[in-house]
Design a protein around this ligand. Sequence first.
Ligand code: AMP
Length: 402
Amino acid sequence: MSFENFGLKTELLSAVAAEGYTTPTPVQTEAIPVILQKRDVLAGAQTGTGKTAAFALPILQLLGNTKGKACKPRCLVLTPTRELAAQIQESFESLGRSLSLRSTVIFGGVGINPQIDKLRRGVDILVATPGRLLDHAGRRTLDLSQVEILVLDEADRMLDMGFIHDIRKVLKLLPNRRQNMLFSATYSPDIKRLADKLLNNPEIIEVSSSNKAADGVDQTVYPVARTRKRELLSTLVRNGEWEMLLVFTRTKHGANRLTKQLIKDGIKAAAIHGNKSQTARTRALADFKSGSIRALVATDIAARGLDIDMLPHVVNFDLPNVPEDYVHRIGRTGRAGAQGIAISLVCQEEQKQLKDIQRLLNHKIPVKKVDGFDQERTVPTQPDTFRKKRPTSRPRYSQTPR
Ligand code: AMP
């Protein structure tokens, strides 16, 4: 299978070649022909599968074939996070570089006036997060009456983040006749309900179940006491000479604390999470990509949709509470065929999460012990008499929301 088989315009084929894509990924092979037939699509595909080009290429082709009216958006892509929105718009921009279609991105946390100016000048493809989109609609600086194609990307994450009401409001602003696509890594009952309401006789595309996506990644669990995780991480980074790692913590506070500690250990690091300004997040990502920082420390939500090619190491500093998040996290490494390494620092208190993750993966994750950090050795030995009195259940640590 090659991109030529889809009957795409030469402008798109040359953009694909310039991006260095030689063979379509499975989601592209399945989705592109269906979208070109103007059919609705429900696709189970997560970040790293090439899903952005799977919808961007046929959308560019369809919009490039016809003329729109009055410079109003003809395609709307809704995404959960600013980073993902920015990356999707960049993909439209680079894949559509030789077409005369205009795309723009709007999200919160930055000034609204430049966005108003861009919308006023006219746009064919609009990529947006739901809140700021509604803000524009409320100010009447945006007219969605000419939208022909709607994409909900990472729909599961949008629902997790509480965007369902905003999505419903946006749907009311769109014309009834339109092509719809819903991309989601997981199918919860809520997603099914949304899909039933939104999609008209959709083609269902499932590229890989979430546990399969994890198979291409070399995964290891390091047992370690909770209090010694940072030390172990710094040791692994130094000994393994890891140059580029994405580290996941469960909380924003944890991300900040770990970042400071890594810097003290001589490992250049930056945190990326929802409390950081857009400028700080963009700078951290740029520094990470350019190699001027080695470790990017992120929470699940902030990391979602970060487009970083060939990320060699993903570290679960804390295991996620939701097993599917583990799969999303490690899906950030070994992208587009490259071999990736995912390591998890697991303390006694996280055994339940580990069990749930292994159940989802349907296999055990290999365990490696590092001398001096092995869990049992780090737990202070207690006299026998005392040990007998210890409660069998361990204290639970309070969890601050992400
Ligand atoms: P996505 O799942 O859309 O976030 O894409 C993941 C990564 O794969 C991005 O860095 C894309 O540039 C890259 N990519 C997309 N399609 C292809 C392809 N056909 N061949 C190689 N890389 C691709």
